[in-house]
Unconditional design. Structure first.
Length: 126
């Protein structure tokens, strides 16, 4: 299991409106959807994705059939100058059952990629 750096973890835990979750069905056909609710689970070192009626969604069924997923959390720190930043979490995924809106997709990271997380002043002084 790959662990987050402190900078990556701070970014993942900060308030963001949307991320994108990539899953694939049993035949490997990709499916990417926006998600708005995730949290870092410090006890397990995972990222837990939730949502309204999640257990009834294609992304949840895909994880049941093909337990690999990737989550992209990104934004623009500024547009002038252009400063995109992102964290991508790739790993094994588990469809965790629950009642109502309590179901989860749990990603255990095996690869974490990030860019643009350093302060803008530091980027331009190097």
């Amino acid at each position: 299991m790959k662990t987050f750096t402190p900078t990556q973890l701070a970014y993942v835990q900060a308030e963001r409106r949307l991320g994108r979750l990539a899953t694939a069905d049993e035949k490997g056909k990709p499916h990417v959807t926006p998600v708005g609710m995730w949290r870092y689970n410090p006890e397990l070192g995972t990222v837990d994705i939730s949502g309204h009626n999640l257990a009834a969604t294609k992304k949840y069924r895909n994880v049941q059939a093909n337990p690999q997923a990737a989550l992209v959390i990104d934004d623009l720190a500024t547009t002038d100058p252009w400063h995109p930043r992102a964290v991508i979490v790739e790993g094994s995924a588990e469809a965790v059952p629950g009642d109502g809106d309590d179901a989860l997709i749990r990603i255990t990271p095996n690869k974490i990629i990030s860019w643009g997380l350093e302060p803008l002043e530091r980027r331009h002084s190097q």
